[in-house]
Write a protein that binds this ligand. Structure first.
Ligand code: FNR
Length: 191
């Protein structure tokens, strides 16, 4: 039995009723066989301060360890003012530093966005994809999963009720798992 592919899910929202958290919870039920999806909440990550990057807060130490231990990352993000929410960008910045100690380096990554707007957060997705270039993350390009009008796609209990979105997330997870499997080094696979 091969070791499961471990995916780490991170949402760019701290809101209790967040649609993006709800999308990650839906994704947990849609993972293919042989894949796990654990979630890491960003609550408590302090604002990035370069003076502290060689002795970062414990929450950041934990975040970097969880990223490194994962075979791939699944980000679910809202769009704030046509871009990446500060809470997510802040976490990305912390985990990328200090220079030469970038926890995102070489990680396969897939994106979901959910927003109240018609376009479902695609502008935040494009800004994130720009970050992946310098972070050296291997982005899954298809399918694009942008859940627009999110208020109509989730039940009052936070369940993703939209079948098209569920099918796209399932396919995205398959593609992320394939990329993660291919990127796994012999050392990681044997660990
Ligand atoms: C928003 N929202 C929003 N929506 C969108 O589609 N495009 C946008 O540019 C913005 N901008 C924006 C800025 C700020 C500061 C807030 C608080 C909200 C609305 C956003 O889609 C909505 O609040 C989502 O519900 C946020 O995602 P979560 O928290 O439900 O995951």
């Amino acid at each position: 039995m091969p070791e499961p592919i471990r995916i780490l899910g991170i949402a760019g929202s701290l809101r209790a009723q967040s649609y993006n958290w709800a999308a990650l919870r839906a994704a947990q039920k849609l993972v293919p066989a042989g894949v796990t999806l654990e979630l890491f909440p960003l609550d408590g990550v302090p604002p990035y301060n370069q003076d502290e990057e060689t002795k970062p807060p414990q929450k950041v130490v934990d975040l970097k360890a969880r990223i490194r231990n994962a075979d791939g990352v699944l980000l679910a993000t809202p769009e704030y003012n046509y871009s990446i929410p500060g809470v997510l960008k802040n976490a990305i910045d912390w985990a990328s530093r200090p220079y030469g100690d970038n926890a995102w380096d070489g990680k396969p990554v897939a994106l979901i966005s959910a927003s109240m707007g018609l376009f479902g957060g695609v502008r935040a997705q494009y800004h994130l994809r720009q970050c992946f270039v310098f972070l050296n993350m291997y982005a899954v390009l298809q399918p694009e999963v942008a859940i627009g009008n999110a208020g109509q796609k989730f039940s009052e209990h936070g369940e993703l009720t939209d079948n098209a979105a569920r099918q796209l997330i399932a396919l995205l997870l398959q593609n992320l798992a394939a990329k993660a499997r291919a990127a796994r080094t012999p050392a990681r696979a044997a660990a």
